[in-house]
Design a protein. Sequence first.
Length: 253
Amino acid sequence: MAIVGNYVSCILTAFVLNGGLYFQDFSIGFIIICLCLGVLFFLVFFAMGYASSHIGVGIASASSKMSLIIPVLFGTLILNESFDWIKILALIFAIVSVVLISYQPNSKLAFRYLLIPFLIFVGSGFIDTCLNLLQLHFSKHQLNKESAIALIFMGAFISILLYISLTQIKVLKDKRSFAFGLLLGIPNYFSVYFLILALGSGFLPSNHFYMINNTAIMLCSFIAALILFKEKINYRKLIGIALAVVAIYLSVK
């Protein structure tokens, strides 16, 4: 099972690069928060997988990327980060671009499935907000971020083990998928690591950063699908691409 190998690889990557894992400076409360965040990582991942297979990849992706609203509002209202009318316009363009690029006309969203995209939206936004708070905590208390990230993935790993034990999935029979997960875990670890580094760099306020990050990810994913999988392009998606570029430009202006 790829997700098992993924989390194992994330923990091992943190261990190797950091020369070990050091939790002695962590309070019990901080450890519990990191583990719980890992549980949320798994739950959002599981929800996205369910949404992709039952509702549509576009809706699942849009729900995840539109969650930028939550950390942007948190940075603006709670952390008092600057946010003028140009940034408001950029946020609107970013949200519209995500919808236009990811929307699939053939996706059928039954009423009983409405809760899943909403949970992905809230869960993804909460994760981004928590990562921002964690990097602020790292900077204030000079904590080892590599070990903290490993704790997050430990929480996710514990979650998948509980899921496997409850559903009795035969993980060891799918060795190829497990090996692929081991490879996938390395960039997955660095995606969280560099996200925290970027948030702590001070180059951009977090509310500006998340607008650029989520919009750029959606844009790059579409370009990759266009090149690698020959995805069809239409006027709607062209408008979405244009709005994404404008949103990124206004975010850094």
